[in-house]
Structures are given as C-alpha cells and as structure tokens.
Design a protein around this ligand. Structure first.
Ligand code: HDE
Length: 698
C-alpha cells in the first residue's frame, strides 16, 4: 500500500513537470469566480427572493424601494459595450508559442530565444464586415490577432488570413469600410461585400485589385480556423542585440492540417444551418484534444536586398513570393484552451499593432503607420481608457507607470508620487537601459500628401495570383466575382469592375465574368501581362493529416455492425471524429442486435456540416436510408461539394439511384474493402473538383 502511495506521488510529480505552465492562465485564475452557494447583491447582501419584485400586495404596484430589482435590472440594461467597428464577430482561444531554436541572431525579442520556454498567447479570429451576431461563414477576410504575453511585455501581432490588404494608405480605411458595411439608407446587406457601394469603391480604387482576387478565391470562405494561414501583412523590422535591422514578414502555416476551404454553395448553406460553425469547430477541436497548431515563420529580407523587388516593400498590397524568399520557421503556435468567459476574454481583449517588444519594430508603411493611431483610439471608446487593466489585457510582467485614474480604474496605486522625475519616491519607477529603443532610422523629406510612385503598379501581383491558381481555383474566382456582380444593381459599377480592374488582371478572368454576368468588355488591358507565378499561393495541395475532420456515418436499424466498427476506427484512429446519424433519434440496432447511440437525427445533420458522408451497409438499414429523402440529399450534396462520399455494400445502391458514379479516384467509395487508407487519403485531399456534377440536383 505504502509503495503504491509513494509511486503515485512520484508519478504525479513526474507528470507535473510535463504539464504546460501557462503564466497568463495562472494570472487569469486570480480573477475567475465560481457561482458560489448563495445569491447576493453586488454589495454582498444575501438575497431572499429572486423571483418577485417588491410590491404593495401580491397584485399591487412595484415599489421604487426595491433596491435588489433596480440593481439587477440596471446592470442588465448596461451589459453591452460597443461592438468593434470592424472585426466585430470573433472567437478566441488561449495557448502558447514555443521557439524551435535560439533566433537572437535576428531579433533580441526574448520570446524567440529559449526553445524550452513557452510564451502564453491569446488569439482572436474574426470576420471583418459583419456585426457581432453575424454568420461565421461570409465571404470575407479573417482576422488572426495574436497577443503574446512575453516576459518583456505584450506583443500583438494583429494579422489576417490573407497576406496583403485592400488599400495602401490608412486614410482610405474609413472609406473602404463604409463601402463594405451595410448601406446606410436601409442597413442592408449584413456581412456581405456583394452590394453596390463596395464594388463602387473597389472599381474606382485599383489598388484593391490584388486583395479582391484573394477574397474572391476560396481563401475568403475557410473550412476551419485551423486550416487557415496567417500573415502579419506589413513589412516589419527585426532588430538584434547589436542593433542590426532586417526587414521581416510574419507568416503562420497550419501544421499538418493544410489550407482548406468551403465551396460557395456550401458556405451559403452553412451560414443558415449553423452560423456558429467556426466557433463550434474550434471548441470541438480543443475539447477533443486536437489543439490548433501553426508553424510561425519569418521571411527575412536584408536591408540591401530591397532593391531586388519590382515593388515597394512598404506597400501592403504586395507580397513577397515564398519562392524568392523562403520562410524560416521559428516556432510553433498552439491553441489548446477555450476561454472561461466569452465577454471577459474574447470581447474585452484589445489588440494594437503598436504593442511591441524590444527586437520588433515598425517600417514606414503608411497603412501600418495609420494603424498605430487607430487601435489605441478605438479601444478607448470601446473598452475604456483603462483597457490595459482588464485581466485579459494585462501583461504577465507588471505594468508600472504614472498613469492614473480614469473610468474603471482597477489598480490601487499607493503613495503620493505620480510623476517623473521625483525625489519623494526615490525617482521610481524610472526608465531603464533595457527599455524599448526605436530603430535609428534616418528620415529626411518634404512634407507632402503624396503616394509614392513606387506604389503605382496595382495589377502585376493580382495577375501573379491568377497565374498561380489551379484550374478549379480559377473557376471559383470567376464564379465569385460573377455572384457578387450579379448582386450589384448599378450598371456603371458592374461595368467598371470588369473594365477598370479585371481586364487588367487577365483576359480569361474578365471574359469568364463577362459571360456569367452579361457585362460587356469595352476596355483593353493597360499594360503587358505579368508572367510570374508563385505556386505556394495555390490551395491545391493535400494536407498531411485529417486530424479534427468530421465525418457523418449513416446507419439505420439492421446496419452491419462490423462494418460500422471498422469504418469508425479508420476515422477515429486518425484523430478525426465520427458523427452517427440516423433516420431517428435515440438508439439504432444493428443486424446482430448491437445497440449504438445516435448522435444526430438526419433533420439536424445536413451534409454541409461534415467533411464526408458515409452510408454503412446492411440490408434493412440500406432500405430505410435508400428511401430517406434527407439521406439521399446529403449524399448528392456531399458529392456536389466535392467531398469524399461512401455508400458501402448493400448501401451502394444509393449511389446508383442518385447518378453518382463510383470512382475511388474521384473520392467515391462503394466497397468496404477499398475503404480505409484510401478514404483517409481522400479526406486529406479535402475536395475533388473535377467531378461532373451538372446532372446532380441537390
Ligand atoms: Fe484593423 N482594425 N485596421 N487591420 N484589424 C481593427 O481595432 C484599422 C488592418 C485587424 O480581434 C480595429 O480593436 C485601420 C490590416 C484585426 O480584436 C480598428 C486599418 C490588418 C482586427 C482597426 C486596418 C488588420 C482589427 C477595430 C488600415 C491585418 C481585430 C476594433 C490602416 C494586418 C482585432 C479594434 C481583434 C481591428 C483599424 C487594417 C487586422 C478600428 C485604420 C491591414 C485582426 O482599430
């Protein structure tokens, strides 16, 4: 018994050395509150009745004296804060960053130095245009904002899932956002760029072209937040301990999961079926032990290499092709814990590109320079002047300065000194030799309101993006532009998009859109077509694993239990999940009498919420599912959306009756023996875009 006890202690000590310590989570713990046993007012007074107001008699009028009712209702009346002017819809998670090796050759930032050290992070993903209650799946850019709680203070990398931006100068941001937000006269449409004002602004602002190409590609409708890339976008500076500066672009690439998206028809349906799809997905991944993981990378450019580019590295509408400047992976970002409270953490978190640590510095990119003003300004009106004191925004090393007071002040600063220099407080807190020093860049120039001539080329990289796409990606881009423009009423605006912008990107693109919209091409391209391609921009790649994918497995009474068991094992062995679906709720009984719990009845399990649709065999089961409209619809829809489908054994008749040709090279499986490794490979591929789907009606 004694030995057992000692062993247990030893094992738990051993394990505790491996359990990740997260200083930020420890700090947040001191602010968390349990429900407690008894209800009190905010003043700590025990409440005796929380169901009735204080009244003059059981049927009488309410009394003003009812302080409990008034306190409760007043608090409720003020529960909302202004939503973010952009990126209002979001979801966050905690985790950590860990460097792969010591990168102090490039930056003195402590978080990139010690491979054994994990820096806590909080990441907030977001859409841009929609309100806080809008769908997770609009066609839109996704925000990817990371708060690194480093030992030297907070570093915010406030990036997106697309490596470039719509505009070059921050002064155009209010115009861009006014144009994409719902139109002011009727507040329509919500979370969509498919309307007149957006395309009016875009067509008159050719610098938007490159970004339009990205947003109209499937990058604008990611399958999962875990299958998105992330980018810091602007060129920043890395500074090492000897003061050497290099330019850098920050990158994040999903580990193993690949870059995958919905198709548009699927995205539209998911928005209706489950507008919280991405929120649920990230939560399910984390709760099922499938943390979200990215390789964090630097694209490093020496100062004397800048002349190599045929664009200006200060122009945020341009990217640096990976083929020219490979990404150096410097560490891993892992998200493994959901917040305890959405409002306290995800809503109140306040990012700012100006939150930097020594070793990271800015460039003169006019978009970045404008952002350095906007974020702190917006936090003041959204969260208040003391936003940095809110638990999620506090650094893990303590902030100490002479800033005082203001609404919602939390710290109780002791003593009478709140100024520097001082003699009454031993001149503390005082500036430090280790403090942040801005890079010594020599600046000289005339005071002008002028766009640099080096920012003038708006089409070359838009064409490079087009050149880099697989055929199916090109088709989706044409379809997306056409869908959007067919929602635009004004003929002048429609024509301007094709004749001002698209014709200058690529003739096939312009012709494709013209064909689908009826917009006449009246212009000729203004310059010689750019020839370069950057294959890394294409999403036409398999992922290394199917971790976290969700497969619908359909069964009805009389199903083949052994087949079901093996199919489930194939999927769950790969850390993907199986959702058991049937024509009813409760339990389903196999031909051999085994009982299996049904996760969802067909009514609650539309195919668009899954990565694949598998119908298990078994005479009676196949008969029931074969005559179920929803099961057949799901099969056709999954096929139409390019995803792997399987109808095994006796259920293969569902494929025939729905005109779905069996072809494992097209991700369509009918034989149980061919299932297994090949199905996993099909899921890694994610989608099959060469299927002939014209005759499928779903
Ligand atoms: Fe933002 N942006 N932005 N933005 N942005 C905001 O700050 C702004 C830009 C990005 O999850 C706001 O706290 C200007 C580029 C993300 O809380 C605001 C310009 C990139 C988030 C603001 C840009 C971003 C924001 C609104 C043009 C990618 C969500 C609420 C100069 C590099 C952060 C807030 C979160 C949020 C201003 C352009 C990313 C108003 C003026 C480029 C991920 O301050």
């Amino acid at each position: 018994m004694k030995i057992y006890f000692v062993l247990c202690i030893l094992i738990s000590l051993f394990l505790s050395t491996f359990v990740a310590a997260n200083e930020k989570l420890d700090q947040l713990k001191t602010f968390t509150q349990d429900q407690g046993d008894w209800l009190t007012t905010n003043q700590g007074l025990l409440v005796s009745d929380d169901n009735n107001q204080l009244k003059a008699g059981p049927r009488g009028p309410s009394l003003l004296e009812d302080f409990h009712f008034r306190e409760k209702m007043t608090h409720f009346d003020h529960e909302r804060i202004p939503e973010r002017i952009v990126h209002a819809r979001g979801v966050g998670a905690h985790g950590y960053f860990q460097p792969y090796e010591d990168f102090s050759e490039y930056t003195k930032a402590a978080l990139f130095k010690d491979p054994s050290k994990k820096t806590p992070v909080f990441v907030r993903f977001s859409t841009v245009a929609g309100s806080r209650g809008s769908t997770d799946i609009p066609r839109d850019v996704r925000g990817f904002a990371i708060k690194f709680y480093t030992e030297e203070g907070i570093w915010d990398m406030v990036g997106n899932n697309i490596p470039i931006f719509f505009i070059q100068d921050a002064v155009k941001f209010p115009d861009l956002i006014h144009s994409v937000k719902p139109e002011p006269h009727n507040e329509v449409p919500q979370a969509q760029s498919a309307h007149d004002t957006f395309w009016d602004f875009a067509s008159l602002t050719p610098e938007t072209t490159h970004m339009l190409m990205w947003v109209m590609s499937d990058r604008g409708i990611p399958r999962s937040l875990s299958t998105m890339e992330g980018f810091g976008i602007h060129t920043f500076r890395l500074i090492n301990a000897s003061g050497k500066s290099r330019f850098v672009k920050f990158h994040l690439k999903p580990i193993e999961k690949g870059v995958h998206s919905f198709v548009w028809n699927e995205a539209l349906k998911v928005s209706g079926q489950d507008p919280d799809f991405h929120r649920r997905d990230i939560e399910a991944l984390i709760e099922s032990g499938n943390p979200l993981e990215w390789n964090v990378g630097f694209q490093i450019i020496e100062e004397d290499q800048v002349s190599k580019f045929d664009f200006d590295i200060l122009d945020a509408t341009k990217l640096i092709p990976e083929e020219d400047f490979p990404i150096k992976f410097v560490g891993k970002l892992v998200l493994d814990k959901m917040p305890d409270n959405y409002f306290a953490e995800t809503e109140q978190v306040a990012f700012h590109p100006g939150h930097v640590v020594p070793g990271i510095d800015f460039t003169n990119d006019p978009l970045l320079q404008g952002r350095l003003h906007s974020y702190i300004d917006t936090q003041i009106s959204r969260v208040g002047i003391n936003f940095a004191e809110i638990p999620i925004n506090q650094p893990i090393n303590k902030a100490r300065n002479n800033q005082r007071d203001g609404r919602g002040r939390m710290h109780i600063n002791k003593g009478k000194v709140s100024y520097f220099p001082n003699s009454l407080g031993n001149n503390k807190p005082s500036p430090s030799a280790q403090g942040y020093v801005s890079h010594h860049e020599r600046i000289e120039g005339w005071k002008v309101r002028e766009r640099s001539a080096s920012f003038a080329d708006h089409f070359s990289q838009a064409t490079m993006f087009w050149n880099s796409m697989a055929d199916w990606e090109k088709k989706h881009i044409i379809d997306a532009f056409s869908f959007e423009l067919n929602m635009v009423q004004d003929q002048g605006v429609r024509s301007a998009v094709v004749n001002n912008l698209l014709i200058n990107v690529n003739e096939t693109l312009a012709q494709g859109v013209s064909l689908k919209t009826g917009i006449e091409i009246t212009a000729k391209r203004s310059s010689v077509a750019y020839k370069k391609a950057s294959p890394s921009l294409s999403m036409d790649k398999k992922s290394q694993s199917i971790k976290g994918r969700k497969v619908a497995v359909l069964v009805a009474d009389g199903f083949d239990f052994a087949e079901y068991g093996n199919v489930s094992k194939t999927i769950t062995d790969q850390k993907a999940s199986v959702v058991v679906i049937s024509n009813k709720a409760g339990f389903v009984v196999a031909a051999g009498g085994q009982k299996v719990k049904i996760d969802k009845p067909l009514e609650n399990a539309p195919s668009v919420l899954f990565d694949a649709w598998v119908v298990i065999g078994g005479e009676a089961s196949s008969k029931t599912l074969g005559s179920s409209g929803l099961a057949n619809h799901g099969l056709k829809e999954t096929f139409m959306h390019g995803k792997p489908v399987a109808a095994l054994g006796t259920s293969s008749k569902l494929l025939y009756q729905n005109n779905i040709p069996v072809d494992i090279n097209q991700g369509v499986f009918s034989k149980y023996l061919e299932f297994g490794a090949l199905f996993v490979e099909a899921l890694k591929r994610h989608k099959y875009f060469n299927r002939s789907i014209e005759s499928i009606d779903a």
